[in-house]
Design a binder for this molecule. Sequence first.
Ligand SMILES: Nc1ncnc2c1ncn2[C@@H]1O[C@H](COP(=O)(O)OP(=O)(O)OP(=O)(O)O)[C@@H](O)[C@H]1O
Length: 191
Amino acid sequence: AGKRPVVVFGPSGTGKSTLLKRLFAEHPQEFGFSVSNTTRDPRAGEVNGKDYHFLTREQFLEAVARKEFIEHAEFSGNMYGTTVRAVKDVADAGKTCILDIDVQGVKSVKDTDLGARFVFVAPPSEEELERRLRSRGTDNEASILKRLQVAKGELEYGNQPGSCDIRIVNDDVDSAYKTLSDFIFERADSS
Ligand SMILES: Nc1ncnc2c1ncn2[C@@H]1O[C@H](COP(=O)(O)OP(=O)(O)OP(=O)(O)O)[C@@H](O)[C@H]1O
């Protein structure tokens, strides 16, 4: 694989984590996730620069102002985010960085010099997406409805021509995985 980052996006419940877990399991040395930044306190055993880059709120906000972030958000009083630098660090370590981010993040990666490739993972249908979110059993009703609502925007964006380099319908997981790994390793397109 080249060292260009690969951005994977698509509605929640579409199977991104499932596919990426398999990719990491089959190729543990070739891929990496970027190290996130956070303003929360380190937990016991967490190493700065490895688990997270731990920043003060002031440092974090300065980096935001310098437009160093691809995406950032606040959860329960702490800020979290991914910087362009953190993605480049993965390539500098000789690995392909995989980014699993939302559409806002996708747009923002497109405004950087990262040279990323974009994979849109689509559900076979909106009904199947809802079924997967329910059967996953990780979300309450309100969260499922919220994810389905956000999904509409993600589907609309991902289906626009030019939004991604490849669109993978995650119907059968084995064939979706094969399409994904063929794309990532730049094997000849069989379609
Ligand atoms: N091809 C498939 N066929 C049937 N079920 C699938 C398939 N791929 C994934 N699933 C199931 O669908 C559910 C959602 O998958 P997963 O958690 O990987 O989605 P995700 O896109 O990573 O969601 P999120 O963005 O919320 O993390 C899981 O229960 C998973 O086992």
